[in-house]
Design a binder for this molecule. Structure first.
Ligand code: GAP
Length: 464
């Protein structure tokens, strides 16, 4: 296992070197808080999404999928509370103008603070600990007071006046699209309570200090579920959802259980009945991976009030009308990606060498299997290997052709991107050395390094 001190650097370096993640706009010097997923990264990301969708839509009987438009009516963000209260406490260094996020700096010196505290509370904690917080750039301790800095990102969509007085915001959180479509889903799908809606959508936040690679970015994707329950019938469902989400990380994403833990929010937003985070031990320490929130009837009540549309659910048995309560799960795809990479990253000895290997679950691996001819300058080997490659590609899709360098180098390269199996076509396959091995290939297992001869006719089943 890599030592935690520089594990993050190693992961960032591997992610770049092997085509997982690139800094956004890199050729222009980069854009803070924005990342691009490369050819390997987009496969891993899509596999995580598929696994999430399967667990939250297909494996459930009472969940629906949704994909709502990113832009929303400006009033949506007033109703949700984002225009008035979606802010982080920001202070500026009076010496060099560097901006810091005060709650995070306080947390770094061991003072419990979070974005849900009032700005007065934050300032009184800040004043008591100023001496412990130097500017990250000039190391002086001469900061302004903290002020609430709104995180919503504005756009001029549909505004041709250049006035910008009534901006259309980019989504500060993806889940609002689910609340806006609650009535549409009830009217078209006629679900009975309780039921859930799942969505993966983009969100944007003007984070003061984007940091730690994919952990805190300005553009992100969130995977959300909103579970609609009868008023006051939240407790058991909440516990069941919490368990379901925690188990999913262990069983489906293969995350080490001891690196996950629960943390209850101490400062609840006024409408929440309860809120817990699933934390993961990132290379930088334990931090929030996913939030599981008991939001009461706040969201639909607000949208009913601001839109003037009746969002009550009519109970089909009693005819009673009420606003359902909502249990939310919300996780950033980038954080899941980072947790998966970090958990899978291993450095270990194999065949007298140190290798880097990503021990990804096969269904998450960007490349399911790599196919190689033993030598790339032997046309008979290459032709046979192409046959096997095309056969496997038809079955698995994400199959790589790898004939670069010697076999040892190919294995190391595939280990680094987490390919579970490498198939090699050699002279035995052609029946030239041991006729009994004709039409068999070598399959090398990523985790053990063990090699087996498998008949081409049984290869697909073997790999499955
Ligand atoms: N709808 C609820 C909501 O947005 P949140 O706690 O603000 O709640 C949910 O965000 C999740 O989104 C977090 O647990 C985290 O995984 C992810 N997330 C939030 N801000 C992020 C950021 N700046 N960069 C990456 N992921 C972020």
């Amino acid at each position: 296992m890599a030592d935690n001190d520089n594990k993050m650097e190693k992961i960032v370096s591997l992610a770049k070197r092997r085509g997982f993640v690139f800094q956004g706009s890199e050729i222009y010097g980069g854009l803070a808080g924005i990342y691009d997923f490369g050819p390997r990264g987009v496969e891993l990301l899509n596999n995580i999404k598929k696994s999430w969708w399967k667990s939250n839509v297909y494996d459930k009987e009472n969940y629906f999928g949704l994909d709502s438009g990113m832009f929303k009516h400006p009033r949506v963000w007033e109703a949700s509370g984002h225009v008035g209260g979606f802010s982080d406490p920001l202070a500026e260094c009076r010496e060099c103008n560097t901006r810091i996020r005060v709650d995070k700096e306080l947390a770094n010196v061991g003072v419990e603070a979070d974005e849900k505290m009032s700005i007065e509370e934050i300032n009184s904690l800040f004043d008591a600990h100023r001496e412990e917080i130097p500017c990250p750039k000039c190391r002086k301790k001469n900061f302004s007071e903290a002020r609430a800095f709104n995180l919503l990102v504005k756009s001029n969509l549909g505004d041709f006046t250049s006035g910008g007085d009534d901006p259309v915001y980019l989504p500060g959180e993806a889940c609002q699209g689910i609340y806006l479509n609650f009535k549409n889903i009830v009217d078209t799908m006629n679900p009975k309570l309780p039921f859930g809606v799942a969505q993966i959508g983009k969100a944007f936040r003007n984070e003061i200090s984007p940091r730690n690679f994919l952990f805190r970015t300005r553009e992100m994707e969130q995977a959300d579920t909103q579970f609609f329950v009868k008023p006051n019938e939240n407790k058991d469902a909440y516990e069941a959802i919490k368990k379901d989400r925690f188990d999913w990380y262990v069983n489906e994403l293969g995350i080490t259980e001891s690196k996950l833990r629960w943390k209850q929010h101490e400062n609840l937003v006024f409408y929440a009945a309860d809120a817990w985070d699933i934390e993961y031990e990132f290379p930088t320490g334990f931090d929030e991976l996913e939030g599981v929130h008991d939001r009461t009837d706040f969201d639909l009540t607000q949208h009913q009030k601001f839109s003037g549309v009746d969002l009550r659910y009519t109970d089909p048995e009693t005819g009673e009308k009420y606003i359902p309560w909502i249990l939310e799960t919300s996780v950033g795809l980038g954080r899941m990606f980072l947790a998966v990479l970090s958990d899978a990253y291993h450095e270990e000895e194999m065949d007298g060498e140190t290798r880097v290997v990503l021990k990804l679950k096969p269904h998450l691996a960007p490349v399911r299997v790599a196919v190689s001819p033993l030598l790339k300058n032997k046309p008979e080997l290459v032709a046979k290997a192409r046959e096997v490659f095309l056969m496997l590609k038809k079955e698995f899709g994400n199959v790589a052709w790898d004939d670069n360098g010697n076999i040892g180098k190919r294995y190391r390269r595939q280990d680094e991107i987490g390919t579970p199996a490498c198939v090699v076509i050699d002279f035995d396959t052609l029946g030239e050395e041991k006729p009994e091995n004709k039409d068999t290939v070598t399959v090398r297992d990523r985790d053990t390094g063990e090699q087996k001869r498998v008949a081409i006719s049984e290869l697909t089943e073997f790999l499955k």
